[in-house]
Every structure is written in C-alpha cells, then in structure tokens.
Design a protein around this ligand. Structure first.
Ligand SMILES: Cc1cc2nc3c(=O)[nH]c(=O)nc-3n(C[C@H](O)[C@H](O)[C@H](O)COP(=O)(O)OP(=O)(O)OC[C@H]3O[C@@H](n4cnc5c(N)ncnc54)[C@H](O)[C@@H]3O)c2cc1C
Length: 451
C-alpha cells in the first residue's frame, strides 16, 4: 500500500460517522458508472479507479473529509448511486470517491410552497413515496429514479419523466436552493438560494459538495399508462404532437420505432408488430387521448395506473430504452438531441435514407423553455468513432441540437458552452481544483477568461 494511502486511511479513521471502503473490488466497482454505453468512454475510463471510497453518515464527516483532501491535495469525486452515463462519477485522477447515499433524509416539507428540503443521497423513488403523505410528488424523474439519488440527478442528470411538462432541471423554478460544503482550507457548509444554486446545478460535483437540496414538487396525481399501436412512423409523430397540445395533464409521451419495440422485454412488446406511442396521463386525460386515437384510426391499450403495474412503462423510456437494446446486443449505443421544430420527420427520413437500420428512433416529448418539443434518444449500431461523428454532423446540419453522451466534460455533453459562473464558483469553492478534476472544461482554460 502506498504511503499516501496509508496516511489517508489513518486520518479518515479519526473521523466520526465515516465508513471507509478499502477492498480493491469494492473500490473498483464504486469508481464506475454506466459510461460503458459509450464505446469511446469505455476505452478512456476503464482504468480509472480511486484509492479509497468513503461514505459519510453526517454533514460533519463531509466537512472533515474535505479538510483532509485539501490538506493532502487529494482529488475528491462525489458519487450518488453511480447511474450516470458519461463517467460523471468516475475519478480520472484517483484519490477519493465519496458516496453520499447515507445522507438520505427528507429534512423538511413546506406546505405553503410545495418545496421539499432533502439530503442529497436520498433515492428519488424513496423521496417520492415520502412525498405522498403530503399529497405531492417529484416533478422530474430519470428513468433510474428507483436507484438514483436526488443529488446525483441535480449534479449529473438533466430531465426525464415529467420533462414533458416541467422542462429540464436547470429551468428556473425546479431547484429552489441548496446547501453545499466547499473545498477550501477551512471547508464550510454554505446555503445557496435559487439563483446562487445555478452554477452548482449540473456541474458534476466540480464546484461544491451538495449535502441538501430545496426542490419544487407537484401535486400528486394518479398517472395512467397507455400504449398506442401505429403502423406509420410519421403518424406517431402527428398523434404525439396532437396529445401535446390537448388540454390534459401529461407526465410522459414517447415513441419507440418498431425495430426498438422488437427488442423490448416480452411483457412490454406483446404480440405487436408496430411502432408504439407511450403516454402517461390522468384518467381524465386518457379519455381525450382515446378520442385522438379514434380520430387517427389507431388502437390504444390502457395498461392501468403506473404505480400499481408490476412493470410500468417508465422502465422502457428515456435511457431505459437503450438499456434494453444493449441487453440484447452490446453493440448498440445512443445519441441525445433536440429535434428541429416541425422538421422532425424531415431529419428522421434523411437519416434513415443515409444510415438505414443502423439508427432506430426513440422520441421523447419535452417542454423546451415552455414550448412543446420532441427530443430523441436514437439507438445507433456502433461501427466507429468516425461514423458516430458523421451521424452527429448529419443531425446538426438538419437543425438538431446534440447533447453528446460520448464525452467527459460538463460542457461537451449537456451544456454545449462554457458557463463562466460555474468556473467562478469553482474558483471560489474549490480553488485548488480538487473536486472531480478533469470534468469542467472551463476550469482548464480559466486563465483565458477575465474572472
Ligand atoms: C438506464 C439509464 C437510464 C437513465 N435515464 C435518465 C433520465 O431519464 N434522465 C437523466 O437525466 N438521466 C438518466 N440517466 C442517468 C442517471 O441515471 C441520472 O442522471 C441519475 O439521476 C444520476 O443519479 P446518481 O445518484 O446515480 O448520480 P451519480 O451517477 O452517482 O452522479 C452523477 C454526478 O453527480 C455528481 N454528484 C453526485 N452526488 C453529488 C453531490 N452530493 N454533490 C455534488 N455532486 C454530486 C457526481 O460526481 C457525478 O458527476 C440514466 C442512466 C441509465 C443507466
């Protein structure tokens, strides 16, 4: 064992309420996330393993870990449940992985606003159950909500089930504040209001250790799941768009191309040989959707209340679609994009013409700055990095905005541009650059800015 590691263990052992994980197999497992959905990231990240993993049981232990990392110049990478897809929680430069899952309490619910204050390591499935007693639910959920933490979602995710109504996590109104520990000589637990929280939202834990979050919630509704069979792909888009502008509550609206449906679990695909539209709405909303289906001459099947189903449609949407495709054949990977408004079909047809069944279409309805839009998470048969970028260029030329899941940094993936506020926050709260190093592009070129 290296002397650095021995020294670290000695220091960590003096911290109350801190679990230390030393076993190589556990440290290796806890240094990984789901980056293997990308062959490019797989090659880059397979060898990245932390020295140690720690799990703080209270906020004081978080402060002490930060203090020791500062003193010994040790990189510190945060982890919720490690379900991210871009290696967000993978330590690029060894050091410590700190898993936050023991900080998992609902701290307070505010009935006047519907805001909930919750510790960052709380699983979203658990939080949603606890919110039920207040008649509330989370607005936005990744399809991994049963196993993923709320802190990991805010720091590393973007949206998901609920984005059809509530947009994305960085939209104003979703995250109302947070508390985070800084990585300074004397680490502090600071409170941030909604505006101050923005630079820490979707920053991959590069500029603060989030301990609690203040999140806006929605009124709890009973969501019913409905599947529509449709033979023509163009018609699925028309039907979904008609549902989007109807005066109904929606939690989810997705389209799976037939080639994808064929690879889904048997409980979902049944005997059907067509494309499918998947909708979650209230029972009232379902009546309207059934009328829309009648108008278009397509058949719909009401599966029942999503929460009561042994297998709900939440398990075949967003990146769970990719998961099922990969379960059949590991050569499937994926892309993420916002399709050009009212030119969705044009783009899909053009790509079909050029790339054939190397790309299969999976569409998700979202609200983009208040406007109903279609996003896509098409699955791609992997051939080469060169081909991937030709496909990306093809999509961009036709007006798609790409959120590239084959890159490591905050900017290259979701944000698209350097957010100088994120870099400023890192200068202030992590001046040595110890938090999740290598993931914030703006930090690497900070000297070019006048910050
Ligand atoms: C099958 C599948 C489906 C998915 N579906 C979706 C989806 O619908 N929508 C979506 O947005 N994502 C999706 N994801 C990605 C991922 O599951 C979610 O973003 C999830 O919310 C991440 O939570 P986590 O607890 O696993 O975070 P982790 O993966 O552990 O961490 C994510 C990032 O947050 C940082 N972080 C974690 N905790 C903290 C903290 N306390 N303070 C500061 N930084 C922290 C980590 O360092 C890392 O950079 C999917 C992934 C898979 C494999």
């Amino acid at each position: 064992m290296s002397s650095r590691k021995t020294k670290l263990i000695e220091k960590f052992k003096k911290i109350d309420n801190l679990e230390i994980i030393e076993s190589h197999s556990d440290v290796k497992r806890l240094s990984k996330d789901f980056y293997n959905y990308s062959p490019i990231l797989e090659e880059k990240l397979d060898g990245c393993i932390a020295d140690l993993v720690v799990r703080p049981i209270d906020k004081n232990a978080v402060l002490k870990v930060a203090e020791i990392c500062w003193e010994l110049n040790i990189p510190l990478t945060l982890r919720g449940s490690g379900t991210g897809n871009y290696g967000q929680a993978v330590p690029l430069f060894k050091g410590i992985v700190m898993q936050m899952n023991f900080l998992n309490k609902l701290e307070e619910f505010y009935p006047d606003t519907g805001f909930v204050k919750v510790q960052s390591g709380c699983l979203m499935g658990d939080l949603n159950k606890q919110l039920e007693r207040f008649g509330r639910e989370l607005r936005l959920l990744p399809s991994t909500f049963k196993t993923a933490t709320i802190g990991g979602f805010i720091a590393g995710g973007s949206g998901g089930i609920g984005s059809i109504r509530w947009g994305f996590l960085r939209d104003p109104g979703n995250v109302m504040g947070l508390e985070a520990v800084t990585m300074n000589e004397e680490p502090k637990l600071l409170k941030f209001d909604a505006e101050e929280s923005e630079p820490l939202n979707h920053a991959y834990g590069t500029n603060g250790i989030i301990t609690s979050l203040l999140i806006a919630t929605d009124i709890k509704r009973k969501w019913y799941s409905l599947v529509i069979d449709c033979e023509e792909l163009f018609k699925t888009i028309e039907i979904l768009k008609t549902c989007l502008i109807a005066a109904i509550d929606l939690k989810l609206g997705a389209i799976l191309e037939k080639g994808i449906v064929d690879k889904m679990p048997i409980w979902f695909k049944g005997e059907s040989k067509s494309h499918k539209i998947l909708i979650q709405s209230t029972l009232g909303g379902i009546k309207t959707i059934e009328l829309i289906c009648k108008k278009y001459g397509v058949e719909s099947f009401l599966l029942g209340e999503e929460d009561q189903l042994s297998n709900g449609i939440s398990e075949v949407v967003w990146n769970h679609t990719t998961l099922h495709m990969r379960a059949k054949d590991k050569n499937w990977t994926y892309l993420q994009m916002l399709l050009p408004l009212n030119k969705e079909l044009e783009l899909i047809n053009s790509l079909k013409e050029k790339w054939g069944t190397n790309i299969l279409w999976h569409i998700e309805a979202v609200s983009q700055q208040g406007v109903p839009r279609l996003a896509a998470l098409p699955v791609l048969k992997w051939h080469s990095e060169e081909q991937l970028y030709l496909i990306i260029d093809h999509c961009k030329k036709l007006g798609a905005i790409i959120f590239n899941p084959h890159v490591l940094t905050v900017e290259a993936g979701g944000l698209g541009v350097i957010d100088s506020d994120q870099v400023k926050a890192k200068l202030k709260f992590d001046p040595k650059g110890l938090l999740n190093p290598g993931k914030l592009e703006g930090w690497e070129i900070k000297d070019d800015f006048n910050l």
